[in-house]
Write a protein that binds this ligand. Structure first.
Ligand SMILES: [Cu+2]
Length: 155
């Protein structure tokens, strides 16, 4: 059987790419500490309401000008559905889902997270101006998806 010249070239390019990928993988692992996800940030979806910080959803002050907002996504609401935070404060949103895949997006901001059952999502944001923002689920989560929303009131 005769191997065509082009086939040889494709095999050579494929072989070189495989070697380059292996080198990149070793470099990322050893040089930059890249690793597979660990169980940090994992949570048992059935135990969300009894696992800190989700056992006390809502807003709590964590520093002079920093706050933590704990939100739970569930079919088809956010707990709590109304969040009041001060303008100019550093806010850390911590969220998860107790049932199916949800999303959280605060309109007019870049606050946008996936709420994955079993996984804790975190995001930082500072609201510069007082105002009211709609907080919506952006991941189709079932028949009540369109009524899954809340409000973030910046005071
Ligand atoms: Cu939804």
């Amino acid at each position: 059987m005769k191997i065509h010249t082009y086939e040889k070239a494709f095999l050579a390019v494929g072989g070189v790419l495989l070697v380059l990928c292996a080198i990149a993988l070793v470099y990322a692992t050893l040089g930059h500490g890249a690793h597979l996800p660990t169980d940090v940030g994992r949570i048992v979806p059935q135990d969300v309401y009894t696992t800190p910080p989700f056992d006390e959803p809502g807003v709590r002050q964590t520093g002079e000008n920093s706050y933590q907002v704990v939100v739970i996504g569930q079919a088809w609401s956010f707990v709590p559905s109304e969040i009041r935070v001060p303008a100019g404060a550093e806010i850390t949103f911590i969220s998860t889902s107790i049932d199916v895949l949800h999303g959280i997006h605060v309109e007019g901001t870049r606050l946008n997270m996936m709420l994955i059952p079993g996984q804790v999502s975190r995001m930082h944001h500072t609201f510069r101006e007082p105002g009211e923002h709609l907080m919506i689920c952006h991941e189709f989560c079932g028949i009540g998806h369109h009524v899954m929303y809340g409000r973030v009131i910046v005071e």
